[in-house]
Design a protein around this ligand. Structure first.
Ligand code: ZN
Length: 117
């Protein structure tokens, strides 16, 4: 990870630590952030700027402050969700439309509620 990616991850954790969505704070010790523009050229991923896998956050562009921080916070919130409710998160992502997915809503809300910090 680059220093920018590492710092963006730390800032995202600090934002999520302000929320009490789950009993335990998000753990980032094994989370990695990678900037991989080519990944987002795949047909089904073109509309995304970031993507959360199990312990990995993929970004289309290098993280920066502002909207970049919002994106990393959103994706880290998904990792926090998976740390707490792995099966339900996967089930909802497979069975619920993107906009209506409760975990998408929660991640968007987490970004909104911590933006001023
Ligand atoms: Zn999302």
């Amino acid at each position: 990870m680059t220093p920018e990616e590492r710092e963006a991850l730390a800032r995202a954790r600090a934002r999520l630590n302000l929320l009490d969505l789950y009993p335990r704070p998000v753990r980032i010790d094994r989370v990695r952030v990678f900037t991989v523009p080519l990944f987002f050229k795949l047909p089904r991923l073109r509309r995304y700027a970031g993507y959360a896998l199990w312990r990995t956050i993929l970004l289309r562009r290098p993280p920066g402050r502002g909207s970049g921080d919002d994106l990393v916070t959103h994706e880290l919130c998904h990792i926090w969700q998976m740390q707490n409710r792995p099966f339900d998160v996967i089930l909802k992502f497979l069975t619920t439309r993107y906009r209506r997915n409760p975990y998408e809503r929660e991640a968007r809300r987490a970004v909104e509620e911590t933006r001023a910090c």
